[in-house]
Design a protein around this ligand. Structure first.
Ligand code: GLN
Length: 303
């Protein structure tokens, strides 16, 4: 398969979509990002990397980090996690308060904000220094080029009223053990992680490889845990657009409001796209289209 030629075709075909979305404007530093950026990278399990456009430029991975959050928690506590968070698609926006109230402070799944905040609370039970340990975890995924953007983290900590409300509500229902500020600090740091498309594709490769990091051979998750992680990405990775993403793209994946999307074809490859303009659900317009074109042109998908 000539992946490079396919990436070039995709790049041409997504051009008319520039201008159809909007960059995230509720996080101050993200407002400044150039909406015309577009990067894409593929990492195959046999160690080849294909890339195009702004694939070497760092961007804020935002909710894509919820995959690292869940992977690390799964690694530390296994199935015990599911007593405090659900595994059903939310069908609601990623920051919904009303759903959390209906469901007594048990978040629907780990990939909406409430769920990720809960998973962070679990991590805090087990990590000596949650912020340092999270970066260390991502670096084990053969991605050394990963850092926190303290400006983004600080901005979200000071203006993240909605996230504060979610943690407070869960704490009120007895589902958060640590201090609200501690949970928010670790969560906002995770969201502020900056990576490139090439780094992000490489860091997701273990999810295409049964839980083992290609190259280093390090096992992060068991085969069964990896299957489950990919199932949750497929059903919950794009919030209330998860069904449409499965229908049009057919890959387990995860998006973030920084405009990044990462996805995998188990047994074959991982792929990351970055384009900052978002649709109404908070997913990258060009990112989703690029992945739809990728599975259509290659005939690869999990179905
Ligand atoms: N940091 C963002 C928030 O908490 C992440 C949301 C997202 O990427 N969907 O709102």
């Amino acid at each position: 398969m000539d992946y490079q030629a396919i990436l070039e075709e995709i790049f041409e075909e997504v051009q008319p979509l520039f201008g159809q979305g909007q960059v995230a404007d509720y996080i101050e530093p993200l407002k400044q990002v150039d909406p015309n950026k577009f990067g894409i990278a593929i990492e195959t399990l046999d160690g080849q990397c294909y890339q195009l456009g702004d694939s070497q430029e760092r961007f804020s991975i935002q909710s894509v980090s919820k995959v690292f959050n869940l992977a690390l928690a799964t690694n530390l506590v296994g199935d015990a996690l599911w007593q405090r968070v659900g595994m059903e698609p939310s069908g609601n926006p990623f920051n919904s308060l009303v759903q959390l109230e209906y469901e007594n402070g048990i978040p629907r799944n780990p990939f909406i904000n409430a769920g990720a905040l809960l998973v962070v609370d679990v991590l805090l039970d087990h990590l000596a220094d949650a912020n340092a340990d999270m970066l260390g975890f991502v670096r084990q995924l053969r991605c050394s080029d990963v850092y926190y953007d303290e400006v983004v983290a600080e901005s979200e900590k000071t203006t993240g009223y909605n996230n504060t409300a979610l943690v407070n509500y869960m704490k009120g229902r007895g589902n958060i053990r640590h201090e609200v500020g501690q949970v928010l600090d670790a969560y906002c740091h995770q969201c502020s992680i900056t990576m490139t498309c090439t780094g992000l594709a490489r860091s997701f490769a273990f999810l295409a490889n049964g839980g083992v990091v290609p190259g280093s051979g390090q096992r992060i998750l068991t085969t069964s845990q990896t299957k489950r992680m990919n199932a949750i990405m497929l059903t919950c990775g794009f919030y209330d657009e998860s069904g449409e993403f499965a229908y049009k793209v057919g890959m387990p994946g995860k998006s973030g409001v920084g405009g990044g999307v990462a996805a995998v074809i188990p047994g074959k490859l991982s792929i990351a796209v970055w384009s900052p303009e978002l649709n109404e659900q908070g997913n990258s317009v060009l990112g989703i289209k690029a992945l739809e074109l990728f599975t259509t042109k290659t005939g690869l998908s999990i179905f």
